[in-house]
Design a protein around this ligand. Sequence first.
Ligand code: BEZ
Length: 321
Amino acid sequence: MKIIKAMLCYLMPLMFLPQAQARDLRLGLITPPTHQWTKAAEAFAADLGNQSNGRLKVMIFPSGQLGNEAQMLQQLQTGALDMAFLTAGEMANRRPDFAALFAPYLIKTPQQAQQLLQGKTASQMLDELNSLGLVGLGYSMAGLRQIVMKNEVKTVADLQGTKVRTIPIEPERDFWIKVGAAPTPIPLPALYDAFANGQVDGMQIDFEGTWNTRYLDYAGTIIHSSHMMLPMVGVASGRSWKSLDNKDRELISSLAKQHLNDVFSIYEKLDQDYLKKIQDSGARILEVDRSFFGSAVDQWYKEWRIKAPSLPKLEAEAATL
Ligand code: BEZ
């Protein structure tokens, strides 16, 4: 009897300790289930479930199921969506400074992209997302940008007047205007049909998408340009963040960072692997560098150094990589 009493004295107070709340979190992305971003989101969700003993569950909505990135951003602002892995393009639409991350030929490799995005300037930019009602958890990236065209391309003259798909953001649109093409903004989930139906003559995309989504099947030329990075930002809704306790925030933050970081290293290898597959398929590949685009790159920098004040700082950091 004495032992039972002693046990009760010990256990009773524990029974009344506040229990950390169970939460179902919704995470949206535009990428399909086969894409590295979606795989990273799934790995993050699994780790978060395990490390919170099943208390924090993440439901993943890939392929733009919750709408395009602009719509997801609004849902994050109202708290209807808890988390998202978004292209930094959506940030550039709201804060032109983010356009600096889309500067052509700013970096040469995924490793340099990682160093730049985790450097001083880009990290400060991430903090600015608070003003949009978001919490920036970290950056990541997709493969370096290449160009897939329906027809044969030998020089930049062959791109004049062609409809080139971009993501729906101003710095990309402006680059293609300066190249002399007709930029046509199309979000990723609608791209396959647009290319197959001839709505666009080509696109800006990475090797991963070219291969996995079979844009390759309609391609006359793959221009291996690696002319831009496509930064991704892992974000949480400021509203739902406030409703989490500190421990849960720390756990979510550190696991998200870890999985976003993994994606950088994955692309270091993946860009090479998919290029090899495309080469082995016998596709026509045109290797180009900055000079291919004539004065378009310099013109772009001239204007965007003014519109995106962080650009000169990023250029200075990139020069040291
Ligand atoms: C795109 O729109 O091209 C894209 C978006 C996310 C990941 C990869 C590519």
